[in-house]
Design a binder for this molecule. Structure first.
Ligand SMILES: Cc1cc2nc3c(=O)[nH]c(=O)nc-3n(C[C@H](O)[C@H](O)[C@H](O)COP(=O)(O)O)c2cc1C
Length: 172
């Protein structure tokens, strides 16, 4: 039987939900990551930075823009050493300026994805999957990039069925 890992980043704190700022106790992507894990019995790995991104939305957008400009690799609290035991690896994150937060790249660059199937998952406020597949082609060396799943931030809680459907039709 194939084994699946979900590597995800998700930010708690203030976020735009349908045009207004809400304080989220659990990030949108974390909810989707848990639905995927439930649907397929996957393991979860959370990307968590040593220096947290600001809980304030506007400050965080500036931090993220600055990191992208510098192509930064923020330090993580814990690193995953290997994905050898997995067949499918789902990379889930919020869309930040059209791609994953740089902290996700910090982790991806440390792994060998040869022969693995990787799948982009993004939660977003309108950009859909944006540049997620291109990013995985660049940073998951040796992997085959499969069909992705985009979930609008405001719909994450009610996305369980859509997530299950995507899992069943795409994961190998
Ligand atoms: C720094 C930052 C940049 C963002 N950039 C985009 C964007 O380019 N396109 C988009 O649709 N949503 C953007 N968003 C909204 C998030 O992608 C969306 O709220 C997401 O569901 C948050 O997931 P999380 O709660 O797991 O962190 C941005 C949010 C932040 C904080």
């Amino acid at each position: 039987m194939s084994k699946t890992l979900v590597i995800y980043y998700s930010r708690k704190g203030n976020n735009y939900v349908n045009g207004s700022i809400k304080n989220l106790k659990k990030g949108n992507t974390e909810i989707v990551a848990e639905y995927i894990a439930e649907a397929v019995g996957a393991d979860l790995f959370e990307v968590d930075t040593v220096k947290p991104y600001s809980a304030d939305y506007m400050t965080c957008t500036e931090e993220a823009k600055d990191e992208l400009r510098k192509n930064a690799r923020p330090e993580l609290k814990v690193y995953l050493d290997s994905v050898d035991q997995y067949d499918n690896i789902v990379i889930a994150g919020p869309c930040w300026w059209g791609t994953y937060p740089c902290a996700v790249f910090t982790q991806l660059e440390k792994l060998d994805f040869s022969g693995k199937n990787v799948f982009p998952v993004m939660t977003h406020e309108g950009s859909g999957l944006a540049g997620s597949a291109q990013a995985l082609k660049k940073y998951c060396k040796g992997a085959v990039v499969g069909n992705g799943l985009a979930v609008h931030g405001a719909d994450v809680v009610s996305s369980k069925n859509a997530v299950e459907k995507w899992v069943k039709s795409n994961l190998k």
